[in-house]
Design a binder for this molecule. Structure first.
Ligand SMILES: Nc1nc2c(ncn2[C@@H]2O[C@H](COP(=O)(O)OP(=O)(O)O)[C@@H](O)[C@H]2O)c(=O)[nH]1
Ligand SMILES: [Mg+2]
Length: 287
């Protein structure tokens, strides 16, 4: 049977894989831009633009929901923030580099935010959704859990950097010791850490370990609830309330407001873009 030489086979496989990932990155970008969300009917609009307010609708009226409204940009702020995620010749957005050890991380002065969470929680998908207006940015979304073992740096012009951290899973202690801990401890330009938690299952043991570490180091972080298209309204509401109570009672450096997202339907993505642009010092809210 005809067989390709090994080197050529590898090249072919690379081309096929690239094609697969790039094609995936280009599919389903409806509602990627806020301009496509604005004309929607109120219910659908709120669900995508302000998913936390959608949850609030299902709560008892006497419940204190002040933590739902701490960061509350208006439409104009959200549209302005989106401009930072649209690439141009003067403002290139691209994958920059990867690192497996802290001493391999690039020396960048621009503000940075990083994304942390269990393997399979949806980190890469979230970064892909945030960058959906820059379709040339290649973010690898793996089929196999625990694929990301590197820190991947994405530069948004010379304004800020997004870092996809290795997922903590069964290899967590090793990855944590080698990469996550020293990065969080030493990175001078780190402005905010986003801790991703699956909205279907809520806080898991591994999440608590990450929270303990963030609290111990005093690193400001925000909890992002991923895959909100999955849970029922009841499960979603329960998990939101439970996590918000936990933040209030047990944490000191966690932002009290949750950021629910669905990377498939772009729910909460516009809001999160706005928050990132804001915490990296690139946008002062008009409200
Ligand atoms: N339904 C749904 N699935 C998601 C969402 N985000 C990610 N996934 C799926 O969850 C799996 C893990 O996602 P990935 O981004 O690779 O997770 P990572 O290991 O944290 O980087 C993939 O099969 C994704 O397609 C989401 O918002 N909704
Ligand atoms: Mg990943």
């Amino acid at each position: 049977m005809f067989q390709l030489p090994k080197a050529r086979r590898l090249v072919m496989m690379n081309i096929l894989l690239r094609r697969y990932f790039v094609t995936r990155a280009k599919t389903s970008t409806k509602f990627a831009s806020f301009s496509e969300v604005l004309p929607l009917q109120e219910k659908q609009f709120t669900g995508i633009a302000f998913p936390l307010l959608e949850v609030e609708k299902y709560l008892a009226p006497n419940l204190d929901t002040s933590s739902f409204h701490i960061f509350s940009p208006n439409h104009n702020d959200i549209s302005k923030a989106e401009m930072f995620f649209i690439p141009s010749r003067q403002h290139p957005i691209d994958y920059f580099t990867s690192a497996v050890r802290i001493d391999h991380t690039p020396e960048l002065l621009q503000p940075e935010v990083c994304f942390l969470g269990r393997s399979n929680v949806g980190k890469s998908s979230l970064i892909k959704a945030l960058f959906s207006l820059a379709p040339d940015v290649e973010v690898r979304v793996s089929k196999t859990p625990g694929h990301t073992k590197k820190m991947n740096f994405f530069k948004v012009g010379n304004l800020f950097t997004l870092v996809d951290m290795p997922g903590y899973g069964y290899r967590a202690p090793k990855d944590f010791a080698q990469m996550v801990e020293p990065y969080l401890n030493q990175r001078q330009n780190l402005k905010r850490t986003f801790l991703l938690v699956d909205s279907l299952v809520g806080l898991q043991e591994m999440d608590h370990i990450a929270i303990e570490m963030l609290e111990e180091f005093g690193i400001p972080y925000v909890i992002v609830l991923t895959k909100i298209d999955k849970p029922s309204k009841r499960v979603m509401t329960n998990n939101v309330l439970q996590i918000q109570d936990f933040i209030k009672e047990k944490t000191h450096v966690c932002f009290p407001q949750l950021f629910p997202v669905s990377s498939i339907y772009f729910s909460g993505i516009h809001m999160l873009r706005c928050f990132i642009v804001h915490v990296t010092g690139n946008l002062i809210l008009s409200t």
